[in-house]
Design a protein around this ligand. Sequence first.
Ligand code: NAP
Length: 246
Amino acid sequence: MLSEQTCLVTGASRGIGRGIALELGETGANVVVNYRSSDEEAQEVVEEVEARGGNAITAKADVADYEEVGLMRERVHDEFGEVDVLVNNAGITVDKKFEHMSREDWERVMRVNLGGVFNCTKHFFEDVRQAHEGRLINISSVVGQQGNYGQANYATTKSGLFGFTRTIALELASEGSTANCVAPGFVATDMLETVPERVKEKILRRIPLDRFATVEDVSGIVRFVASEESSYMTGQILAVNGGMEW
Ligand code: NAP
């Protein structure tokens, strides 16, 4: 149970982050729903957490903006106090074959997917370290393990999270806090909707369980990693990908 703990989920207005926020809210945690632009959707997530008996607030901030994340930290501290569980979930894709990928396409993805993880972890590192068994959970991807055609920028950010997570795990360990990665396969969200149908069919043929993941397939694993049951697991990559090889 995570009751009385505060969990911050970045990119929680939609998709996987939304599912994680609802799942953690059900355990009795205080949930912070971070997002960048979807005001209404974020508010609906808060209302849904509350309808299930939990506490939640929205916290609008572009994770790529260091100052905005600092302001979010103040708001979270005012409302709920220090953060026990940080889930770095916010992420974007800008897919192109490498020959067509511009420097801006590369940097946009770096700024959100890696820069955002740096900014949030930096601002909440002390909270997580000092928490009783604090948790840092980074949402990576099978694409960080396998690579993927047209995703050189995205794959690089998702592999980068492995080295980051393993290092932070070492630096948190003396206080009993942990850092782990959850690496989903292909999940039915808006992000997957940007992939052309014929490419989705090809991907599906590579998934032994013969279906895309649901948001709940991933959020349940995140709930386990956030819980005290995972206390002795740190620096790990949990692959939630329907049996794809990597
Ligand atoms: P999604 O449906 O596109 O939702 C993205 C979420 O991130 C939204 O809540 C969005 O907020 C937020 N966001 C984007 N940029 C942000 C920023 N700069 N600052 C704050 N919030 C920001 O994505 P998803 O499919 O749920 O993916 C979530 C995470 O899982 C990502 O890290 C992704 O790489 C990873 N993942 C996804 C899949 C998949 O197949 N879907 C597979 C493996 C890993 P707004 O609504 O305000 O824009």
